[in-house]
Design a protein around this ligand. Structure first.
Ligand code: SAM
Length: 240
């Protein structure tokens, strides 16, 4: 039996089996499921035999939806909130709704589960004891270059989401600023073609320039304390 008005539920980031039993229970019990794109979420729910009314909640309507969901929750409706993949609120809608619920004193909870940021960190072989997550890298070149240059100078690992269309350019910019920085590109996590590309910024820039890659990617930049890798493993993608 669910005891909270709103449950924020993490969903798989590529492998449908990565859903928790609790997530399935809650999704099956709520009255309404808020999701970014109903066309994306409906097939996943159908896979698990869950049929519920869906309500769109995305970056363009989150402000109004937060008020609507809060009012409906106050009237007794029970909601689950999901994003297309991973943890809602992490580079995805969720933050505005949480603050609205918190402001009104409406009970909510978060069901933990997959998120690309921690999955990439653990698999990167970069120090995972202390890290910074910067969300999506800036699209504007000057701002992006400043963020990249600063990341390699930190005493911790920095993690960014980046578009596959910009990854080669981004690695080139990083290599210009910090060629020796230890870097990992985690690609297609939890999917059949999962890969971790590791090496220095200069090595990965060269690799991605020769062979641009598609798919979802996370860029991780080791800080000043990141151990130097050996060149034998620099351009070898490992698949788990
Ligand atoms: N809420 C999600 C989470 O908790 O990770 C992140 C959503 S954000 C809109 C999407 C970005 O996350 C992608 O552009 C990519 O950088 C990263 N991402 C999501 N799934 C991924 C995967 N399976 N492999 C690598 N990166 C992934």
């Amino acid at each position: 039996m669910i005891s909270h008005a709103v449950s924020f539920v993490a969903l798989p980031i590529g492998n449908r089996e990565d859903i928790t039993r609790r997530a399935l229970d809650v999704l099956g019990e709520v009255d309404t499921i808020c999701c970014e794109d109903t066309r994306h979420t409906a097939p996943l729910l159908a896979h698990y035999g869950i049929r519920k009314p869906l309500l769109s909640l995305h970056e363009h309507n989150e402000r109004e939806r937060a008020v609507q969901v809060a009012e409906r929750a106050e009237a007794g409706e029970r909601f689950a909130v999901v994003s297309d993949a991973g943890m809602p609120g992490v580079s995805d809608p969720g933050y505005r709704l949480v603050t609205e619920l918190q402001r009104r004193g409406i009970s909510y909870t978060v069901l933990p589960g997959p998120s690309a940021v921690v999955t990439a960190l653990v698999g990167s072989a970069l120090p995972s004891d202390s890290f910074f997550f910067g969300g999506f890298l800036p699209v504007k070149k000057g701002k992006r270059q400043r963020v990249l240059a600063a990341a390699a100078a930190q005493p911790y690992t920095s993690i960014f989401y980046e578009s596959p269309y910009r990854m080669a350019t981004t690695l080139k910019e990083l290599a210009e600023a910090q060629p020796g920085a230890q870097v990992c590109v985690a690609r297609e996590l939890t999917k059949v073609h999962e890969e971790f590309h590791r090496g220095t910024a200069a090595e990965l820039a060269e690799q991605f320039a020769k062979q641009p890659m598609k798919g979802e990617m996370v860029l991780l930049i080791g800080g000043i304390n990141a151990p130097k890798g050996d060149t034998a493993s620099a351009d070898a993608a490992s698949t788990i």
